[in-house]
Design a protein around this ligand. Structure first.
Ligand SMILES: Nc1ncnc2c1ncn2[C@@H]1O[C@H](COP(=O)(O)OP(=O)(O)O)[C@@H](O)[C@H]1O
Ligand SMILES: Cc1ncsc1CCOP(=O)(O)O
Ligand SMILES: [Mg+2]
Length: 263
């Protein structure tokens, strides 16, 4: 899709500043992925500066992977402020459904109207209180169940809901786009989902058609994953080749390789 290839050019030209309040496991991964793709990361969560930083950035990404009481408060301050100034923000509900603690924070964050909710099938289903139990941070559900839940969640929250997996589904109320790129080994690399959410932040910072922005982010993830898998023997080398692919991918090849169904 020409529009999506053009967004990669726009991302590199504008290099949006993207704030992440994210987990300890993936901070370095997601900062490097944003830089490689052409964006500019800042990880900032101190209560005394988080609102000022939200004012400065193009988008905010909140990822609840490694929660504690201080960070939870940072997330609530940031989400409330982003909502109040209509700054686009992305919620990655890592481990939704796994514990009451996570579920309680998520129930406090959703009223601040995330622009995008990006999770795996289990996490998205948990957010619609579909009666499932997440197994940690990995998904254990089928796509049909998840798509139903995604449509419900999008209508409940007015967010674009992105369900990642073998096929990525990008849902805006009843509109659904699909991305079929990517490699199964990506699910064996911690931080790939968090990276998808971070790159989604970069694209919603530069494109106000959020359905298009999210589809572009997932297409970039998938095509970079395809390219990396062609050069890799496993998750260790795939992760490194992935950064190179984000950095080197040209819009022309991006357009040729992406497998996107767009409504
Ligand atoms: N089986 C698969 N085939 C192709 N791509 C996949 C597969 N599983 C995950 N991915 C890709 O890996 C990235 C992370 O997705 P996922 O593993 O669902 O997130 P999370 O790590 O949050 O559970 C996404 O870009 C997704 O498209
Ligand atoms: C393993 C783990 N534990 C808390 S956050 C995290 C990383 C999850 O990253 P992703 O959802 O991208 O796999
Ligand atoms: Mg995840």
């Amino acid at each position: 899709m020409e529009q999506i290839s053009e967004l990669l050019k726009k991302l590199r030209n504008q290099s949006p500043l993207v704030q992440s309040i994210t987990n300890y496991v993936v901070m370095n991964n997601t900062a490097n992925a944003l830089l490689a793709a052409g964006a500019s990361p800042i990880m900032a969560h101190a209560h005394s500066e988080v609102k000022d930083m939200v004012n400065l950035v193009g988008a905010l990404v909140i990822n609840i992977g490694t929660l504690d009481e201080y960070w939870s408060e940072s997330m609530l301050i940031a989400a409330e402020h982003a909502h109040s100034i209509q700054k686009p923000w992305v919620l990655d509900p890592v481990g939704a459904g796994a514990t009451p603690y996570r579920n309680e924070l998520l129930s406090k964050l959703l009223p601040f109207k995330p622009t995008v909710i990006r999770g795996n099938a289990s996490e998205i289903m948990s957010l619609t209180s579909v009666n499932i139990k997440s197994k940690g941070v990995d998904s254990t559900n089928t796509s049909d169940e998840a798509i139903e839940a995604g449509i419900l969640l999008s209508s409940q929250t007015d967010a674009v809901v992105v369900i990642s997996g073998e096929v990525d589904y990008i849902i805006e109320r009843n509109r659904i786009s699909q991305v079929k790129n990517g490699n199964p080994i990506m699910a064996k690399i911690t931080g790939m989902g968090c990276t998808a959410s971070a790159l989604t932040g970069a694209f919603v910072a530069i494109e106000k058609d959020y359905m298009l922005a999210c589809t572009a982010a997932m297409a970039l993830m998938g095509v970079a994953g395809d390219l990396a898998a062609e050069k890799s023997e496993g998750p260790g080398t795939l992760q490194l080749h992935f950064y190179d692919a984000l950095y080197n991918l040209q819009p022309e090849e991006f357009g040729e390789r992406m497998i996107v169904k767009y409504p």
